[in-house]
Design a protein around this ligand. Sequence first.
Ligand code: SAM
Length: 232
Amino acid sequence: MWRAKIITIYPEMFPGVLGYSIIGKALKDKIWSLDTINLNEFGFDKRNSIDDSPFGGGPGMVIRPDVVERAVMSILKNLKIKIPLVYMTPSGRPLNQQDIVRFSQQKGIIILCGRFEGVDIRVIDSLGFEQISIGDYVLTGGEVAAQVLVEGCVRLLPGVLGHAESILEESFSENLLEYPHYTRPKIWVDKSGNKHHVPDILVSGHHEKIKEWRKEKSIEITKKYRPDLLKK
Ligand code: SAM
């Protein structure tokens, strides 16, 4: 079973989106497991504080390294397997599908969700957290980012997707975005009376030509929206 262990000050935010659809079903079917570790239980003083003001001044609070270390140790002491530690942070390396594949092939993942100004970097370095960002924007906490990462991994676990072959064709395989999709009606008339046709090739029944057309469209869309992928 693939294990997700999430360190957060808001355990009630989980499973969140992970409780729905095929991901939620896979959780019920025990293809993967989810544990939340409440960082607030590892505070350091009478008030159980987990954060303090930043050295060097500046706004906001920073999560203390000793608090994070205690939370991580509480997980590791009962864990007989080795799984990666990931800190969700906008200063990390941007998450991509190769990372998702790599994490899904491990036995699970431990994810630290930051809050406030973030986490004292010393514990991130000393425990060997990989720093991952879900994009060039700033959220208030790492919980949504953690759910993005876990959802990406769980859908790749054997037995989760109904059509395993769809993974081979979707966006980012071969560094391409996916081709466009069409379904019924064959001619769709929008509310302004404009007719939108499905490309003839897709209803021709000619599988080889459809494959070629899809590949061309993939390249065209990738050139337009993500030329950086083609350079890889
Ligand atoms: N002071 C930080 C900065 O400027 O980079 C932002 C901290 S943010 C308000 C609080 C927490 O939200 C972070 O520690 C991180 O866990 C999470 N977070 C925010 N944006 C994120 C992103 N793009 N990717 C992953 N985690 C993010």
